[in-house]
Design a protein around this ligand. Structure first.
Ligand code: ZN
Length: 470
């Protein structure tokens, strides 16, 4: 039985889908104006792991991850580059997909774009105005009237009074309350090509897109809403206010025995990535793009680095942590190289390892303990050379999107730009064999030194010499 930590109720709850025939999960995706960084990698990999586990558990899942392709930063970047918004976003959607593919992230079932759902957003804003939750201001903007939604702040645990006390002096005189947030932004005179609306030309605010697309794809209510922890406030708080406000009545769910209004049953948030103790973020400038990290590290090492931490914990990023993840993944692949895995059908009660793996994953996606089971299996495989246990190791790794390559291909790695190619290494090893056969020890040692200098590790075994990059 799966239990998940629900940010809304701040407790672990049994996962009971609204409709077990159709489990629905919506995750806030990327704003596509630049390359994805490691924080984005974590969101993609974590919710890919969660989607895989829900499916492994037998739930038919529809997984939606949206694409924000209209936004202030996108408009500014396109103007800066002298290119159209469409050209800019198409380029970075492709880059995002390349990064996701490299990390073994399966594509979500639906990737709705904000620009293709503006009509639904306008319809929802009209509903909010009709329900007394929103108002059109004199400047052509439309705002959500936060004081009309008393449950505001319940997801992030903030009260309206606390929020007001923390609010800086409001310079925008068009809002009725400093906490009100924008649903529709009037176009500036310089912005010609935006959307027509009942309030004049303009474009949607960011928050409304997820409410509108969630409703369009899933209806009034759905099971799981996910995203990074930084989205709890204000983005997800605003989403609840919009979706429940448009609904016009209480959501009617039992949220762990608490009286909370939310259109979503379970809110899941992954933790931050930290660099030197600080949160990795664009604004602090301490972020690393996925493609920069992948120049130095195998993408499966990056995936493993993310998954061997619990998804809600902060994740410390450094080269030392990635090197450690690489060494650990190398140990798992080495076990599979030395003992060929037999076919293995994963189910909970296949053996004691699968039972413990399931127990770990069913406890709020406990990948830390699940990875520990993989290492116990690897140790046992190394001792016993059991093809069945090797098969179990490979299959359980596969549930997390790991360990599916030929072990030798992972262990040998990719050649660095200035390093020896695989073919050159094979040729040197063949020359070394010939030198040894001719008892030319000096030549054999010389070749070994060349390979050592290139950080190639030779392993002489019964079946000949194999190698890997260190
Ligand atoms: Zn969102």
């Amino acid at each position: 039985m799966l239990a998940v930590y629900n940010t809304l109720t701040r407790q672990k709850e049994a996962f009971v889908p609204l409709n077990p025939e159709n489990v629905r999960m919506y995750v806030c995706g990327m704003t596509v104006y630049d390359y994805c960084h490691l924080g984005h990698a974590r969101v993609m990999v974590v919710f890919d792991m969660i989607a895989r586990w829900l499916r492994q558990s037998g739930y038919p899942l529809t997984y939606v991850r949206n694409i924000t392709d209209i936004d202030d930063k996108i408009i500014a970047r396109a103007a800066e580059n002298g290119e159209s918004i469409g050209a800019l976003t198409a380029r970075f959607i492709q880059a995002m997909n390349e990064d996701a593919d490299a990390l073994g992230v399966l594509r979500p079932d639906i990737e709705p774009k904000a620009t293709e759902h503006v009509a639904q957003m306008i319809a929802m804003i009209e509903k909010l105005i009709a329900n007394g939750k929103a108002y059109a201001a004199a400047n052509g903007d439309v705002y959500y009237a936060v004081r009309e939604f008393p449950a505001y702040g319940q997801l992030s645990g903030k009260s309206l009074d606390d929020l007001r006390a923390g609010e800086r002096v409001e310079v925008d005189g068009f809002k009725r309350d400093p906490l009100d947030f924008v649903l529709w932004k009037a176009a500036k005179p310089s912005e010609a090509d935006f959307w027509d609306s009942p309030w004049g030309k303009g474009r949607p605010g960011w928050h409304i897109e997820c409410s509108a697309m969630g409703e369009e794809l899933f209806g009034d209510t759905f099971d799981i809403h996910g995203g990074g922890a930084d989205l709890q406030f204000p983005h997800h708080e605003n989403e609840i206010a919009q979706s429940v406000g448009a609904l016009g009545h209480s959501c009617g769910h039992d949220h762990g025995g608490k009286t909370i209004d939310s259109h979503v049953k379970y809110w899941l948030h992954n933790g931050f990535i930290r660099v030197d103790g600080e949160k990795m973020s664009k604004s602090l400038g301490n972020f690393f793009t996925i493609r920069d990290v992948l120049k130095e590290y195998d993408p499966e090492v990056v995936r493993f680095f993310i998954l061997r931490a619990h998804y809600r914990s902060p994740l410390n990023y450094s080269d030392a942590h990635l090197d450690d993840a690489k060494g650990a993944l190398t140990r798992l692949y080495t076990a599979l190289k030395n003992t060929a895995p037999a076919a293995f059908d994963v189910h909970e009660n296949a053996n004691d390892y699968t039972r413990r793996f399931y127990a770990a994953m069913n406890d709020d996606f406990g990948t830390v303990e699940a990875v520990a089971v993989l290492f116990e299996l690897a140790n046992e495989v190394n001792k016993s050379n059991s093809a069945e246990l090797a098969g179990c190791l490979k299959a359980l790794g596969g549930v997390m999107g790991l360990l599916q390559r030929e072990p030798q291909a992972f262990l040998q790695g990719a050649a660095a730009a200035d390093g020896l190619s695989n073919e050159a290494i094979d040729a040197l090893i063949a020359e070394r064999q010939a030198a040894r056969a001719a008892k030319n020890w000096a030549e054999s040692d010389r070749i070994r030194d060349v390979l050592t200098a290139e950080n190639i590790i030779l392993e002489d075994g019964a079946g000949g010499t194999t190698w890997r990059r260190g």
